[in-house]
Design a protein around this ligand. Structure first.
Ligand SMILES: [Zn+2]
Length: 345
């Protein structure tokens, strides 16, 4: 709509003190002089206009020098005149800000995805990387603290003959050495609510309950269970799971702004360790590695499968109601038995 550098801006003219507008055009000459059409009334220079900040595509009412107003949706023309006669950057602050909302929403969507990806992939990966760097004092300390807490609340002193527990410890020590692990020990306990159970803490401390030993499995079966637990220690499964839990707690605290509670996340570590519900992947790894350790020891790698079958059989009998404990931490027993048998072939 320009002729020789002049501009015509279509809109609606509101005379001073009148709410009734009429269609009009604002003619802007090449040097910025204004004329209202129809009528041809001179309205001074562009620089005499009050031009509100642009808000997206919303029409603006330009304040005329005579107290009237000129409403137009031709923001491009208004911005061009502002640039030409007042040296303003197109749009102005608010428009630029509004433009940034698009970027802000995109950034927010990106952040949302990052957080999701972080939870799903990043935290397990981070936990796996951090786990080897945790100081031994922290690993041993939190493991001992966990056992002490379990001793206070759930476990009771073992009633097994001392020689039986010592023999199991000797087996564990051989398997751990085979896995290249130093430290660690076996503790026998009456399981109480834990029933027939065996679990490893990150320091290499393995606990087996009297109830498990009393299920009647032979030495190879118990060795298979210990090999499985040693594998959990070797792969740092407990530590990684605990770190994942802590990082999730910390992440959730950061997201919700509940930082006051985030400080205590490390304090929850022993509690998380006591949870010890391994992921299915961790169980498969421990089964496979346990079978390999058994084979390396010259023992039957299928012994763990037999122990699992025995546990499951016991779990079905009402007279051993506590038996499912180890199974509940080790789901899909039949699938695991089949996998171990296949590995051992
Ligand atoms: Zn396990």
């Amino acid at each position: 709509m320009s002729e020789a550098g002049s501009l015509r801006i279509a809109g609606c003219h509101y005379p001073a003190g009148s709410a009734a507008g009429q269609a009009a055009e604002l003619h802007v000459s090449a040097d910025g002089a204004l004329r209202l059409e129809p009528g041809g009334r001179a309205l001074g220079h562009w620089r005499g206009l009050r031009v509100p900040e642009r808000l997206g595509r919303a029409p603006r009412v330009l304040g005329l020098g005579d107290g009237g107003g000129f409403e137009t949706g031709d923001n491009a023309a208004v911005d061009a005149c502002e640039r030409r006669f007042r040296g303003r950057v197109a749009g102005g602050r608010l428009h630029a800000l509004e433009g940034r909302w698009t970027i802000a929403w995109l950034a927010l969507a990106g952040l949302g995805f990052s957080i999701f990806a972080g939870f799903v992939w990043g935290i397990p990966a981070l936990a796996a990387r951090v786990a080897p760097w945790l100081p031994a004092s922290v690993v041993v300390g939190s493991s001992e603290e966990t056992l002490a807490s379990l001793d206070r609340h759930v476990l009771r002193p073992s009633r097994l003959p001392a020689a039986r527990c010592e023999a199991l410890e000797a087996t564990r020590a051989r398997l751990a050495a085979r896995a290249g692990l130093s430290g660690g020990r076996l503790e026998c306990r009456r399981g109480g609510a834990f029933g027939a159970n065996a679990f490893a803490l990150p320091s290499g401390l393995v606990v087996i309950t009297d109830e498990f030993v009393e299920l009647g499995g032979d030495d190879d079966e118990l060795a298979g269970v210990l090999a499985h637990e040693v594998a959990h220690v070797e792969y740092r499964h407990g530590l990684r799971q605990a770190l994942q839990g802590s990082l999730l707690t910390l992440g959730a605290a950061l997201l919700t702004g509940d930082l006051a509670n985030a400080g205590s996340f490390i304090a929850h570590l022993p509690v998380v360790l006591a949870g010890l519900h391994y992921s299915r992947d961790f169980e498969r790894e421990a089964d496979a590695r346990g079978a390999a350790l058994m084979r390396a020891e010259g023992r039957d790698p299928r012994a763990l499968a037999r122990a699992l079958a025995r546990l499951e059989g016991a779990a079905r009998q009402k007279e051993r109601p506590a038996a499912p404990a180890w199974l509940s931490d080790h789901p899909d027993t039949q699938e695991r038995i089949a996998r171990i048998e296949a590995l051992a072939r």
